[in-house]
Design a protein around this ligand. Structure first.
Ligand SMILES: NC(=O)c1ccc[n+]([C@@H]2O[C@H](COP(=O)([O-])OP(=O)(O)OC[C@H]3O[C@@H](n4cnc5c(N)ncnc54)[C@H](O)[C@@H]3O)[C@@H](O)[C@H]2O)c1
Length: 289
């Protein structure tokens, strides 16, 4: 698109080698006023994705997660609004802001927001703060509520990202763990579709809007296990552990609003795209050895 891009990351999770060489890179913390001011200086559009994202551990790390996700968003918004150059801020939220649903039907943005984890609560606060601080300043605000994102380059953590967790376990000849009965359903959205949503949000003439970004299709954790294990040629049952606190039973996006106001249209289907992602995760873990 010919745009200049600047990235700020404290590399608590991310890795500098994943940032394209064409982008200017600042290693810094969004909570450090000098670093974030430097990062947003002269920018037209600020995409705010930095966060502590582990839902399960957000009970134990409630202070750290709230600081990064809520106060961190305040810091990014303040620097953006003071920059004098920005015309739009796009904040990243999560399906974790919603209350649990009784059925796997897609949830629209009007579904009650009653987070079941401190992570979800910090993201709900952050999205409201984004709109509140931007309102009336002449800087447009958009919040994207991402559903379960998967794709190449996904950071491996034993706590986040069911696809990478399954692939790494099965690759090491270990049993993968499924929490609860495995019939919890998720909306898996490919990272390329998520990137396209950010570009759509940048280009659309909208402000004060919050949109779900997913596919509208449900896949259960048992389905993910079956698809991943069959692609990897592994014939082994997963272990089942009790369901964990803070995780939703059903979390499927109704994407009608994103289609209508952002002209977002996901291109990937989980079953068709997951093979290439598994190949890439396997390659990455081989290279890391
Ligand atoms: N991956 C998903 O399925 C998913 C779903 C819903 C929402 N989200 C949201 O999308 C965004 C990106 O998530 P991700 O899955 O890529 O996670 P990630 O952990 O890979 O990316 C977050 C990045 O933020 C950086 N970071 C953390 N704290 C920082 C700080 N104080 N200052 C500067 N940088 C900091 C980390 O180093 C990391 O590179 C987050 O806002 C997350 O809440 C992700």
């Amino acid at each position: 698109m010919g745009l200049s891009v600047r990235v700020i990351d404290n590399f608590s999770v991310g890795r500098p080698e994943n940032v394209p060489a064409e982008a200017e890179l600042i290693q810094g913390d969004i909570l450090d006023p000098a670093a974030i001011e430097k990062a947003v200086a002269g920018c037209d559009v600020v995409f705010h994705l930095a966060a502590r994202v582990a839902i399960r551990s957000s009970f134990d790390f409630v202070v750290e997660d709230t600081a990064t996700n809520f106060a961190g968003t305040a810091s990014v918004c303040r620097a953006t609004l003071r920059s004098g150059s920005a015309r739009k801020i796009i904040s990243t939220s999560s399906m974790a802001v919603y209350s649990d649903a009784a059925t796997p039907d897609p949830l629209s943005e009007t579904h009650p927001t009653e987070p079941v984890s401190p992570y979800g609560l910090s993201k709900l606060g952050a999205e409201r703060l984004t709109h509140m601080l931007a309102a009336g300043t002449g800087v447009d605000s958009v919040v994207l509520r991402l559903f379960n994102t998967y794709g190449p380059g996904q950071t491996y953590s034993p706590y986040v990202g069911v696809v990478t967790i399954f692939v790494n376990k099965l690759r090491n000849g270990e049993a993968a763990t499924v929490f609860g009965d495995g019939e919890q359903a998720r909306d898996f959205v490919h990272v390329e579709d998520v990137v396209s949503a950010f570009v759509c949000a940048m280009e659309a003439s909208v402000t004060g809007e919050t949109c779900n970004i997913g596919t509208g299709r449900a896949t259960t954790v048992n389905d993910v296990y079956k698809i991943v294990s069959s692609y990897m040629g592994v014939d082994r049952n997963p272990e089942h552990c009790p369901a964990v606190a803070g995780e939703l039973r059903y979390s499927i996006a109704d994407i009608a609003k994103a289609r209508r106001i952002l002209h977002y249209e996901p291109q990937h289907r989980f079953e068709a795209s997951i093979g290439a992602v598994i190949d890439e995760i396997m390659l990455q873990s081989k290279a890391a050895k």
